[in-house]
Design a protein around this ligand. Structure first.
Ligand code: ADP
Ligand code: MG
Length: 142
């Protein structure tokens, strides 16, 4: 196992419902450390670019509209096996399929408004971290 970094976003439904603290507690209790953080409101263009890989999917327009409707809380999480660990803590995309104790099981409203984003591979984590943060904005072990 190696120390990794991954990108996490608390989506508009989470920030709107005052869930930043509860979500971060899930990460911290699991041993992931917040090494970068930013509260921001994505433009439509920024949301499109971030989710560009999904541009052909039927839900793309809905996803972009949702992600740009209000503020998001973007963090970089660092820890053992952080990419997979974060995905485990998040739970399945559809909250109906999410395991007990996961963020999406406890907080998600629907498959679209599912409270958190998390990188799905180390390569995507590196790209997504660079999308939001410069090196001097990150304050971890390296
Ligand atoms: P994950 O966020 O678990 O990695 P995906 O990468 O497949 O899931 O999808 C990205 C995001 O798009 C999801 O988190 C969710 O917000 C939205 N989404 C995925 N599938 C649907 C769907 N069938 N209808 C509406 N929104 C969806
Ligand atoms: Mg994904």
């Amino acid at each position: 196992m190696a120390i990794e970094r991954t990108l996490s976003i608390i989506k508009p439904d989470g920030v709107e419902r005052n869930l930043i603290g509860k979500v971060l507690t899930k990460f911290e209790d699991a041993g992931l450390k917040v090494v970068g953080a930013r509260l921001m409101h994505l433009s439509v263009r920024e949301a499109e670019l971030f989710y560009w890989v999904h541009r052909e999917r039927g839900f793309f327009g809905e996803l972009v509209e949702f992600m740009s409707r209000s503020a998001v809380f973007v963090t970089v999480l660092e820890g053992e096996n952080a990419v997979a660990a974060n995905r485990d803590i998040m739970g399945a995309t559809n909250p109906e399929n999410a395991a007990e104790g996961t963020i999406r099981k406890e907080f998600a409203l629907s498959i679209g408004e599912n409270t958190v984003h998390g990188s799905d591979s180390q390569e995507n984590a590196a790209n997504e971290i660079a999308f939001f943060f410069s090196g001097t904005e990150l304050h971890g072990a390296r």
